[in-house]
Design a binder for this molecule. Sequence first.
Ligand code: ADP
Ligand code: ASP
Ligand code: MG
Length: 467
Amino acid sequence: MKFGGTSVEDAQAMGRTTAIVRSRREKGLEAVVVVSAMAKVTDLLLSAASAAGRGDKAGALAIGARLRHRHIDTSSALLQGERCVRVQQALHTEFDALDDLLRGIAAVGELTPRTNDLVVSFGERLSSRMMAEALEQQELQGVHVDARSCIITDASYGKAVPQNAAIEAKLAAIVLPLIEAGKTPVMGGFIGSTAEGVTTTLGRGGSDFTAALVGGGMHAGAIEIWTDVNGIMTTDPRICPDALRVKTISFEEAAELAYFGAKVLHPATILPAVQKSIPVWVLNSRNAENEGTKITAMAAKCASPFKSIAAKKRLTIIDVVASRMLMSHGYLKAVFDVFDKYKCAIDMVSTSEVSISLTVDSNQQLPEICAELAKIADVKMEGHKALVCLVGEDIRGHNGIAGQVFSAISHVNVRMISQGASEINMSFMIDEEDVEEAVRSLHNHFFANPDETVFDVANRVQLQGKA
Ligand code: ADP
Ligand code: ASP
Ligand code: MG
């Protein structure tokens, strides 16, 4: 059971989470609990680290003080008596260590990726400590496990790669005996450590990944991702408030959605589950009775060609025009080698005889990459682009789908199109500022008359009721 930042954001949310864990234990189920940092804490830790890196010691310590208050306040509201005193002592010790660390970074005036991971790890370390105590207090046998003792990774700080065999061995040695003793192990998501014990993180949103690693590594019967929406929706409900819950979705569809921007699941979450055929549920911790979304091996048959629409902003299009090397073989390889050298992931590619257009995350080392590409081709870069991606296993069975998609957004300028690479997604690139409008138009077109076997229309009925 993984609980995201909003599911542990304050004492009240932790109380709801406790009740959800109780409901599972009452059914006789054994659970491992994975929690994110309290909502917004990761962002704050990152800004404290970067303030310290700029030499702004006061700024960094001010954020540390804010975080200390929030955790102490939460523990006061959540825990009682002796337990509360003991936990608060531990919290103060941790926050003193964080302050020392921030002072150290500010003194050196340099923030390395390795130290950044150490700073940011405090979020999950502290939330999981408090959650374990809350479960213990409620007689749910909570026991804290430092995720860094189990989630063994390589040393790629900021986006560390889990080492599956080592993780399985650690889970078997550390977590399994606790389960067998009737305990509820609680660990922080997102964080891990190298075999040598250096703290690492799995990338933003990585607590979902931890849940899948633990679920997969322990051969769980199910993985539950508890968040702040009713499940995977037909699009981001922040863009379309009338988005519908998708009742079931296939592993492949969910993976495409996650990769192409649906924040509700970390892209890598699905893999460990698919490999072991473990069903994944996405559920709402504020509405625990709701059925959520079940992610399963096979897609349900559906009258609609699409299950959901995702959008990913902050992308850059790079056009590489090969005037000099026209038709020479090995050209594509030379271009991709440059991206490979910088470990830069490419989202979409489209080629003509003389040119290649690629899209990449704008946060990459783009000037360096372009300088290198310029040695073999003419290069042009355009930022502030976004990818919109429609996902559904039933695209194959529908004729004229591309026509429908592009007439629904005929007023939007489309810069690149891709369909076919995976048969279950159709994606295109537009200007960042057109995303909301494009997604709403597509949503209106494709989900106006939803197939009720796959989509839950209760939400829509409520919205109509309000109107
Ligand atoms: P958590 O902290 O629980 O991991 P996240 O903020 O990472 O939660 O992910 C949940 C959010 O994902 C939702 O609040 C929603 O705004 C967003 N989201 C984006 N696309 C979708 C989608 N297709 N279905 C549901 N939620 C989505
Ligand atoms: N706390 C981390 C983040 O905000 C990991 C997570 O919540 O999944 O990215
Ligand atoms: Mg998340």
